[in-house]
Design a protein around this ligand. Structure first.
Ligand code: FAD
Length: 314
């Protein structure tokens, strides 16, 4: 493999312990789609994180924070910047009474299970959301009437200036599938949550009920990124997509799930271009039928040939 000068400089300055050039991103996403990252960093601590940000600033290259890649469509051409992956090094958990101190890399389903074991309610909704805790907070992930905003008290983050900050829930400006972490570049490193004591068996029963509902309605065994579009006010994107006759619509290897119309699945060999073309066709049909413009919930990373769909409004 021949390295570009920028990659060689990155390895010289940051080392190769936690930095990889030309890292394929497809295996790191739940869609299993996308090209490589020019630089892929898994910084083990805050100091490494700061050094990675400093390198990007000095070189004038973009960076993107990635958790478990379960809400991402990565371009077929990949990403010509640095992906900063918040993985295992950031997967700590401490539970004390009703207070939970958790790292951004901790898997959300595991957090929900640990909370249940500790007799703490509030994360039942999260058991089937396959992201990282940091990604879930950034996205204000939610389901079944629950959301991260209801349990987060404070988050720790690193700003592009490399300053470490602690932000309150109010300062995070949580909204439907949105937070300040999506509006401003910042890297969430950890958070404090406040949960409610309850009977562990009752908590597990509610979690199992939510999981059963998911299994019945969603194509969980297929490669996807969950719901593709945000629900428009007062309606469900899935209902509109189904009513517009899009269930089963296919573009290359991408398919509008026959089980849940707001899921696009990679039915085998799908490219990012296939998914994006299918998203546009769904948007077109729904707008034509109902006059509603669906906005993507999934995040697009990298360059796409044609203009990408409009970013969701905060
Ligand atoms: C089968 C399936 C079911 C799903 N069900 C649901 C559901 O019920 N409800 C729901 O809300 N979502 C759902 N999702 C979507 C997804 O799991 C959530 O949005 C999740 O919170 C994303 O976390 P992640 O770590 O995978 O983030 P990624 O996909 O890696 O990133 C998503 C966004 O968060 C940002 N981000 C990630 N980590 C950080 C960090 N540490 N600091 C700052 N920004 C960060 C990224 O930059 C990006 O903008 C589902 C997905 C799948 C595949």
């Amino acid at each position: 493999m021949s390295l570009r000068p920028l990659q060689a400089r990155a390895l010289r300055i940051l080392g190769s312990d936690w930095l990889t050039p030309d890292q394929p991103l497809a295996p790191r996403t739940s869609f299993r789609i996308g090209g490589p990252a020019l630089l892929f960093a898994s910084p083990p601590d805050v100091d490494a994180l700061r050094r990675a940000l400093a390198f990007c600033a000095d070189e004038g290259i973009p960076w993107f924070v990635m958790g478990r890649g379960t809400n991402l469509l990565v371009s077929d051409a990949g990403y010509t910047g640095m992906v900063i992956h918040m993985g295992k090094a950031w997967a700590w958990l401490r539970i004390s009474g009703s207070a939970v101190n958790v790292g951004a890399g901790y898997p959300l389903p595991a957090l929900a299970r640990k909370a249940a074991d500790a007799g703490l309610s509030g994360l039942e909704f999260a058991a089937g959301i396959p992201g990282s805790t940091g990604g879930a907070i950034a996205m204000n992930a939610g389901a079944f009437g629950g959301s991260m905003a209801q349990v987060v008290r404070e988050v720790d983050c690193i700003l592009p200036s490399r300053e470490a900050r602690t932000l309150t829930a109010a300062e995070m400006a949580f909204a439907y599938r949105h937070s300040r972490a999506l509006a401003e570049p910042m890297i969430l490193t950890g958070a404090r949550l406040l949960l409610t004591p309850d009977n562990p068996d009752e908590i597990r029963r509610r979690m199992a009920d939510f999981q059963a509902q998911r299994k019945a309605r969603q194509p969980l065994s297929a490669w996807s990124a969950g719901s593709v579009f945000r629900n428009p006010p007062g309606d469900a994107a899935g209902r509109l997509i189904e009513a517009a006759g899009c269930k089963g619509l296919r573009q290359g290897g991408a398919l509008v799930s026959p089980k849940h119309a707001n899921f696009i699945v990679n039915a085998g060999g799908a490219t990012a271009a296939d998914v994006l073309a299918l998203m546009r066709e769904v948007q077109r049909r729904v707008e034509e039928a109902f006059g509603v413009r669906l906005e993507p919930e999934i995040k697009l990373l990298g360059e796409f040939d044609a203009p990408t769909p409009a970013a969701p409004a905060p």
